[in-house]
Design a protein around this ligand. Sequence first.
Ligand code: AFP
Length: 313
Amino acid sequence: MQHEPGTTKFQIDLRRHLREQNICDNLVHLICEIAEAGKYVINAVRTGDLGVAGTSNLYGEEQLALDVLSDRIIRKRLIHSGVVCNVLSEEMDEVLQVKPEAAGLYSVAYDPLDGSSLVDVNLAVGTIVSIYSGCDLLQVGRKQVAALYILYGPRVSLVYSVGKGVHEFTMNHLMEYTLTRENITMQPAGNIYAPGGQRNKYCEGVERFVRYLEAKGAKLRYSGGFVPDINQVLLKGKGIFMYPALNGSPDGKLRLLFELNPMAYLVEQAGGAASNGRMPILDIRPEGYDQRVPIFIGCREDVEKALEFVNEA
Ligand code: AFP
């Protein structure tokens, strides 16, 4: 295959696949830039300093050096991409305006290294990205034009959708991505469940739902990393992840903009569902950048069953 000058096989694979989706060239470029940043993030994860950065994000969480470094790598790429209007990461205190105009540009909300506290025990972590057209980052999730995650596990994989199915690329020994799964689809129901949070703080309905799952033989699969846990449910095509409202934390833990909207977009594209217990995640109008929301996400029938238990109680 004749490579275009200045591009590697990796970009042609991903770039070519993106071009086949008949989307705007700026969006193709943006997703390729984010994918390219992933190469530097995985290098930092594998070799970087696990020490504490000595700073904290607006949630008061101490920022690990890797959080800060990953955030900087991705933000730099976005700024220099030339196609970004506004940027906001989970590690930033406020929106960064890169360009004032909106036409032909995109805004990006991202979690640079979700689960970073798991790196020092060598568990999988990931980058989660949500992309909107224009400058408004408080649009409902259904308005996303693309969503993706990069999973830094035994292998590095990138899963994306631009609204035309969900596709997985896996990084080879040359750090090039090759298409490994196309049009990923989920089964109506599954047999694994990932129960986030402390079970003794679950409301009655969620507790009864978990007992229902156990009674039907579902297996508990929970790593504490949102990206690998969702990736397992999505790629096995069966099961449900939940981080429900807890006694004392009515909004759960996970953040709408940086974690739930992009994952809900991908899972719905694969035929699954994502709800806060009352309505689809993608229909929630964000009230603020740091909004947290309870989540039930995975196979459609499993999510529907969860809602039955939650709303019955
Ligand atoms: P950290 O980024 O602080 O490690 O939290 C990871 C996370 O946001 C998400 O990746 C997990 O699904 C969730 O927290 C796990 O939370 P619990 O440890 O409370 O189950």
